[in-house]
Ligand binder design. Structure first.
Ligand code: SF4
Length: 346
């Protein structure tokens, strides 16, 4: 995977989905009604200009390898043309864990697919059952193993706040996904979208939606786990769309800048570690990397306020430093019992 890839997205909404997962309405989530046909895909690729840019063709929004084989082959033919003509450099697709086997992987290999993204969503069988996923945690383990052994790049998706889910189950899911050694992970806190089974459950009072605050709290615990395992989290939260923002997302953890909120919360917790044990009434000066200063302060200085309250500080000031990302520095502390008026430099 390259972080600098420009993506040519090809939407295949619900194509190949043998189940209707309770939370899913790809047409509303992606804001597009119709899937792209093979001839349209070919035309789209032909129209791409020749550039040195590194481009990835991404089939998303459905379960690619569960699409009728003939239809898969037509799309893959068009994609392979794009590869050979130098219009794209790599192909990625997303699919279900129970739609992977040796024959499927051979076919994808023949057509030059490089990255397979699996919707794992949870590693708890009860959560998977209540979410209508139609596959088990063991299917995720097995499919991931086969994908890695066949030499593909593996990306795993997980969700939080699904029916029957708890923060403990989310942490367990994250640990299990880490053990499968993917090259990347996407985390999608559950959003209640109109015209889904989850919407009906929520309206009937049978499902309690996860709030943005709850999602931020759990994701701020998940992110450091993946970071520590050197597994990049390449997406956090649904891509904001016009439709979702203007009413299709009726409840749950929908926020156009969810990833920023989570990163800011991670920094808050790191700063909390530095403040641990300081006496109430202290005056503290901290420094955060220049590029992360606004994340460290939090939206509307919410991190400053929350930490001042949590540690009963007289004042917390956060300034910037030019050092490495993620590095937080405790610059000075003035304790309440210091009568000499001198500040303790750290
Ligand atoms: S979540 Fe994936 S597998 Fe489930 S219905 Fe949506 S596209 Fe299909």
């Amino acid at each position: 995977m390259s972080a600098r890839a420009s993506v040519v997205p090809v939407f295949v909404p619900h194509l190949g989905c043998p189940h209707d997962c309770v939370f899913c309405n790809q047409r509303r989530i992606a804001g597009q009604e119709q899937p792209l046909g093979a001839s349209e895909l070919l035309a789209l690729l032909q129209a791409l200009d020749e550039t040195d840019e590194w481009r990835q063709l991404a089939f998303y929004g459905g379960s690619f390898t569960a699409i009728p084989v003939e239809q898969q082959l037509m799309l893959l033919e068009a994609a392979r043309w794009g590869l050979r003509a130098g219009k794209i450099q790599t192909i990625r697709l997303s699919t279900r864990p129970d739609a992977i086997d040796g024959a499927v992987l051979d076919r994808l290999h023949d057509y030059g697919v490089e990255t397979i993204e699996l919707g794992a969503q949870s590693m708890d069988d009860e959560v998977l059952r209540l979410s209508g996923r139609g596959h088990s945690a063991q299917d995720v383990r097995e499919a991931s193993r086969m994908i890695c052994e066949a030499g593909f790049s593996l990306v795993l998706q997980m969700m939080t706040g699904l029916p029957g889910d708890t923060p403990e189950k989310d942490l367990k899911t994250a640990r299990e996904l880490i053990a499968l050694r993917p090259q990347g992970v996407r985390i999608y806190p559950t959003v209640v979208v109109k015209d889904t089974a989850l919407f009906d459950l929520w309206r009937a009072g049978k499902y309690r939606a996860q709030s943005v605050e709850e999602a931020v709290e759990i994701c701020a615990k998940l992110l450091p786990l993946f970071d520590a395992a050197a597994i990049p989290v390449i997406r956090l939260g649904l891509n904001p769309t016009e439709a979702l923002s203007s009413g299709d997302a009726v409840a749950g953890a929908y926020h156009p800048a969810l990833g920023e909120l989570v990163k800011s919360r991670v920094l808050r917790e790191k700063m909390a570690v530095l403040l641990q044990g300081l006496p109430a009434g202290s005056r503290v000066l901290l420094a955060a990397p220049e590029r992360q200063l606004s994340q460290a302060l939090g939206q509307g200085r919410c991190n400053v306020q929350a930490l001042e309250e949590r540690f009963a500080l007289r004042e917390l000031k956060i300034v910037s430093h030019t050092g490495e990302a993620g590095q937080l520095r405790l610059l000075s502390v003035e304790k309440p019992d210091q009568t000499d008026g001198k500040t303790q430099r750290i």
